[in-house]
Design a protein around this ligand. Structure first.
Ligand code: AMP
Ligand code: MN
Ligand code: MN
Ligand code: MN
Length: 287
């Protein structure tokens, strides 16, 4: 396998183990059918799907890197850090992710109370019907409930009206620290990657702080070509990767055939001038 920038690597997606709608097995099949050469399942704050993803990838003849996407609180905002190629049996990471998931149920009950106050009762029980993993009730599950119950036309509308800062169903939450998330991934033998940097609405100063602190903690990668970026952002974050000497990653952030704009394996390749994160993970690929 030629591990250069032209590889059809898809190193970011979600299964029913977090807030995706497909099983790890169905995702492996879909990635294979979509022409993916190297795949990773990156469930939010969870590695419970890794053994299944690994087995399904192996059965499909699809090279695989372990993955997760960790929720981090940074500068009053939520930042996502993807981990790739770590040892998924590492106890410290499993423990850290368990703690990160820990507050989700209480948060969900508070979210439901906020929604009830604006005339949407039963949202906790409603969202729970969409949850595949009881430890991972997320805003996405609330969004699916609100759409299917007729309160909004689609998931983005739910986020705009109800689930983002200042809106009735939004509850601020304390996630992992940047230092811990990067440390868990790195000490488990993996590489930490800043997920979809274009999504955070940071000022240039805040973004600089994120990247330099991330590197200071041992972080090495950044997503450049992702389903969460515009084409203009591919170019912008390609420059960022070069400027800071970061490895570049690529992934659809696929969640669901009904909701996701970008399917597994369909993004454009990484710009050739970048060093792909997978070039540094050759000995971590499961075949
Ligand atoms: P949570 O981890 O519970 O805060 O949920 C975050 C998840 O919500 C993300 O991983 C996305 O899947 C989804 N999400 C966040 N913002 C939006 C948005 N504006 N539109 C659609 N989905 C979103
Ligand atoms: Mn998600
Ligand atoms: Mn994310
Ligand atoms: Mn994601």
């Amino acid at each position: 396998m030629n591990l250069d920038a032209s590889l059809n690597a898809d190193l970011h997606c979600h299964s029913v183990v977090s807030d995706g709608t497909l099983t790890p097995e169905a995702l492996a099949e879909r990635a294979k059918a979509g022409g993916v050469d190297l795949w990773s399942l990156t469930d939010h704050d969870e590695i419970g799907g890794q053994a299944r993803a690994l087995a399904a990838a192996r059965a499909a003849g699809l090279p695989y890197l372990t993955g997760t996407e960790i929720s981090v609180s940074f500068a009053g905002r939520v930042v996502h850090i993807v981990g790739l190629g770590f040892d998924h049996g590492a106890e410290e990471m499993a423990e850290g992710l368990r703690a990160t998931r820990g507050g989700r149920e209480a948060r969900a009950r508070e979210m439901a109370a906020g929604l009830a106050a604006v005339g949407i009762p039963g949202a906790f029980e409603g969202a729970l019907k969409y949850v595949g993993n009881p430890e991972l009730i997320s805003r996405t599950h609330f969004a699916r409930f609100l759409v299917d119950a007729g309160h909004c036309a689609d998931v983005p509308e739910v986020f705009r009206r109800f689930l983002t800062e200042g809106k009735p169903g939004f509850v601020p939450h304390k996630w992992a620290t940047l230092k811990d998330a990067v440390g868990w991934i790195t000490r488990a033998g993996g590489i930490a990657v800043i997920a979809h940097p274009g999504r955070y609405d940071f000022t240039p100063t805040e973004e600089y702080a994120l990247i330099t602190e991330f590197i200071g903690h041992g972080g090495r990668g950044i997503e450049v070509v992702t389903g969460s970026h515009t084409v203009a952002e591919y170019a912008r974050y390609a420059d960022t990767a070069l400027e800071f000497g970061l490895l570049a990653s690529r992934g659809s952030d696929f969640h669901s055939p009904d909701e996701s704009r970008v399917d597994l394996g369909t993004l454009q390749p990484l710009p050739g001038k970048l060093t792909p994160v997978w070039a540094e993970l050759a000995d971590r690929i499961h075949r």
